[in-house]
Design a protein around this ligand. Structure first.
Ligand code: SF4
Length: 369
């Protein structure tokens, strides 16, 4: 951590990382120091295309850029390059999980899932999580802190580096479904997504980046107001407040009625389909009656339902649904006219469920009630 006297003029972060910056931020910084903003391109390419982990003399910059970088680095400008504490590959080779250690020692998880012809990364937005969902290993750990934009960007770059080093193609899709609630860290998340969707860098199309929320209503309304281009996924898991609060305690703060109102406002303002996540738990929310209640709840919304098989955790003893129950649930939704997909169960052997690898490595924090 650097002293305030050395605080660089970064847009988001009191401690300063070049990975916190959008391309436009970098241009502004150069210009403010009398360096032509066009030079932002060479720095950006080295960081976001070359996946550099430093900006030392081995990188061949033009003299004005070299001088500017050396000056900034000597004043404490940092890069976000977390170390890989653990890297696991599933037995089928299709799911890889990284446990990344941040500068202050916090560890977050990043998962890369391979599908035919494409890779998807799932990144974390917070260290721990305050939402307390009972079936989630991260929720069981509690909240530690928000990640900065650069720490979110760095996960994408770490995933890219891993794919490059194994000779695989780059990332095509990004989901914010790792540790943490993205809409509880709104500004950092949106800044990070601007950076990774920049066509001069990681170039992940905004339409292929999905923000997943457990139902933070103010965040959904803000996405709508700002007409952010990223698809929205809302985790529901239950259709009445009593059952949902038992699974997702934050439902007490934003009950289903207000959540569904926010979704309708989002749909009306953005004309975008909303993806609703439903983690199937045996006999808890996987009966035909639950499916019919979900149909009623989503009536009138442009909705796509993603059914997710539960990744069991030590603290939550519910089982994953039988295949026949999952199939019946899905058919009821489809017959009612909703698009519905079942997410493939991936990476159980690498603890790919959110927070499971970090949890295995040791608890991190406390629940914020
Ligand atoms: S499911 Fe998501 S929102 Fe809920 S506790 Fe886990 S990380 Fe947090």
């Amino acid at each position: 951590m650097q002293s305030p006297a050395h605080k660089p003029r970064f847009a988001m972060d009191p401690f300063g990382s070049v990975h916190d910056l959008t391309f436009a931020d970098l241009e502004r910084m150069l210009e403010a120091d009398g360096v032509r903003p066009i030079h932002a391109g060479s720095v950006w390419r080295v960081l976001h295309r070359g996946l550099a982990t430093d900006l030392g003399p081995e990188h061949d910059f033009l003299p004005p850029v070299r001088r500017w970088l050396d000056s900034q680095l000597s004043q404490g400008m940092r890069l976000d390059c977390p170390t890989v504490s653990e890297a696991l590959v599933s037995t089928d080779g299709a799911t890889r999980k990284l446990l990344l250690r941040l500068e202050d020692g916090q560890e977050v998880e990043t998962v890369v899932m391979g599908y035919p012809g494409r890779y998807t990364a799932c990144v974390s937005t917070q260290a721990g999580c305050a939402m307390g969902c009972v079936f989630c290993a991260t929720g069981q750990m509690g909240f530690v802190r928000n990640l900065r934009p650069g720490e979110i960007v760095a996960q994408v770059l770490a995933a890219q580096r891993m794919l490059r080093d194994s000779g695989d193609a780059g990332l095509r899709n990004l989901v914010l479904m790792g540790m943490g609630e993205p809409l509880a860290n709104y500004d950092a998340v949106i800044q990070a997504l601007r950076i990774v969707s920049d066509s001069r860098g990681a170039n992940i199309s905004p339409s292929r980046i999905s923000i997943s929320t457990v139902g933070v209503v103010p965040g959904i309304l803000r996405l709508a107001e700002e007409n952010q281009p990223y698809p929205l996924a809302v985790s529901l898991h239950a259709t009445n407040d009593e059952e949902r609060t038992a699974l997702v305690p934050v439902n007490q703060r934003w009950p289903l009625a207000s959540l569904l109102d926010a979704c309708r406002i989002y749909s009306a303002k953005t004309s975008r389909k909303i993806f609703f996540g439903w983690t199937l738990m045996e006999k808890i929310n996987d009966t035909p009656e639950h499916a019919r209640q979900l149909v009623a709840l989503l009536k009138g919304l442009d909705a796509h339902v993603n059914l997710i098989h539960l990744n069991p955790t030590d603290q939550f003893r519910a089982g994953a649904s039988e295949a026949s129950a999952a199939a019946l649930f899905k058919s009821i939704l489809q017959e009612a006219g909703f698009a519905c997909t079942t997410r493939q169960r991936r990476g159980i052997d690498v603890a790919a469920g959110c927070g499971q690898l970090r949890s295995r490595a040791g608890a991190v924090g406390k629940r914020v009630e």
